[in-house]
Design a protein around this ligand. Structure first.
Ligand code: KG4
Ligand code: ZN
Length: 341
């Protein structure tokens, strides 16, 4: 058998420094260094993020290569996140990838982070199910909320997206109003498990069929809490589970409504989710339910490939590599890259 293509992926778009080595479509390592430093600020501080990437990048890449049990000379190409993301953060990964590719004299491949979230579905795992083209992908993260029609690996069309906050932000900002630490999304998910999703009602935004808006929801929750806390200062503490369940119910209801609209419009019933928020247990449960009742086939990636990670960058790099789709050494980071670029 011929030697596999070993691709090193480097991800540094936001607050996680990650490096991964894949052999063709199989992940050999996926090392992620999270940055704790932001939690006390209630959000990512760009200046601190780039500084932490600078400290993390060398050990993270070394660890990814060591865990893959290869030598850096075995690498076939280096893929890095070009954008979208924070400029200072992207620059660390971009510069590092360029230097290493030059030093090893191997191809350099730029990767669109939003495409990579979606293409993580093509990582080969023991029990993985790969979506056939065309499919619909709901990309939901702390920075993005999009419904994308994926016609081929690099042929994507945005059918709808948020006009204000991303869904992860909606979770995190709601959690902040409840006094929960950042990022609060997973905590809302956790407390919601013991709450009544119908206890409190929040109205859904009125936007286009396939677009999203979450800023109104945040304001509605703020006014609701202010009113209730005025009557009972312990309102949040006494009702935390029900409030979390009701907020989560409203957000997930909005996402599922939009997905149903997308299926109605495109007649495509292969539905994938991507991005950090797809870790949410209610989203997973509701999707499986729709699969049963509406005849959809759903694709939910393994948790470690949903949040920001370099394995998704490496698999996207591999898919470009086999088509000789390289970039040159003057490649630059692009903070505002669209999924279609
Ligand atoms: O994709 P990701 O790791 O980073 C970005 O690119 O933004 O997504 C992080 C977002 C955060 O907003 C976090 O609160 C949210 O995903 N999140 C969740 C859950 N796990 C992570 N939101 C709701 N429920 C969860 N279980
Ligand atoms: Zn992301």
């Amino acid at each position: 058998m011929s030697k596999p293509n070993y691709i090193l992926g480097i991800e540094s778009s936001c607050d996680d420094t990650s490096a991964s080595v894949i052999a063709d479509r199989k992940v050999l390592s996926n090392v992620i260094a999270n940055q704790e430093v932001h939690s006390k600020y209630g959000g990512v501080v760009p200046e601190l993020a780039s500084r932490a990437h600078q400290q993390n990048i060398v050990p993270v890449v070394q660890q990814a290569i060591a865990q893959a049990n290869i030598k850096k000379e075995d690498l076939s190409a280096i893929a890095f996140t070009k954008g979208p993301g924070l400029m200072g953060s992207l620059l660390v990964g971009t510069s590092f990838a360029k230097s290493l590719a030059m030093g090893l004299n191997i191809p350099l491949i730029d990767v669109n982070h939003m495409q990579a979230h979606i293409l993580a579905h093509f990582i080969k795992e023991e029990d993985s199910k790969t979506p056939p083209f065309p499919f619909i992908c709901l990309t939901i993260s702390g920075g993005h909320t999009q419904i994308v029609k994926v016609s081929d690996y690099f042929s994507m069309e945005i059918l709808g997206e948020t006009i204000d906050d991303a869904v992860g932000e909606a979770f995190d900002k709601s959690a902040k109003l409840l006094g929960l630490p950042y990022p609060g999304g997973p905590l809302i998910d956790k407390y919601a498990k013991e709450g009544n999703p119908k206890a409190f009602k929040f109205s859904k935004p009125k936007v286009g069929d396939l677009d999203f808006s979450f800023s109104g929801l945040k304001t509605a929750i703020l006014y609701f809490l202010q009113k209730e806390v005025k009557n009972n200062p312990d309102f949040i503490k006494e009702n935390l589970h029900d409030i979390c369940a009701s907020i989560q119910f409203t957000i997930v209801e909005i996402l599922m409504d939009k997905l149903k609209n997308a299926v109605k419009k495109t007649h495509i019933k292969h539905i994938a989710i991507a991005g950090g928020v797809s870790a949410n247990s209610e989203i997973r449960a509701r999707l499986q339910n729709l699969e049963k009742h509406l005849g959809w086939t759903t694709y939910i990636p393994k948790f470690e490939y949903t949040t920001d990670n370099a394995a998704m960058i490496a698999i996207t790099g591999f898919l470009k590599f086999i088509n000789n789709n390289y970039t040159n050494i003057s490649a630059s980071a692009k903070p505002r890259l669209k999924v279609t670029e």
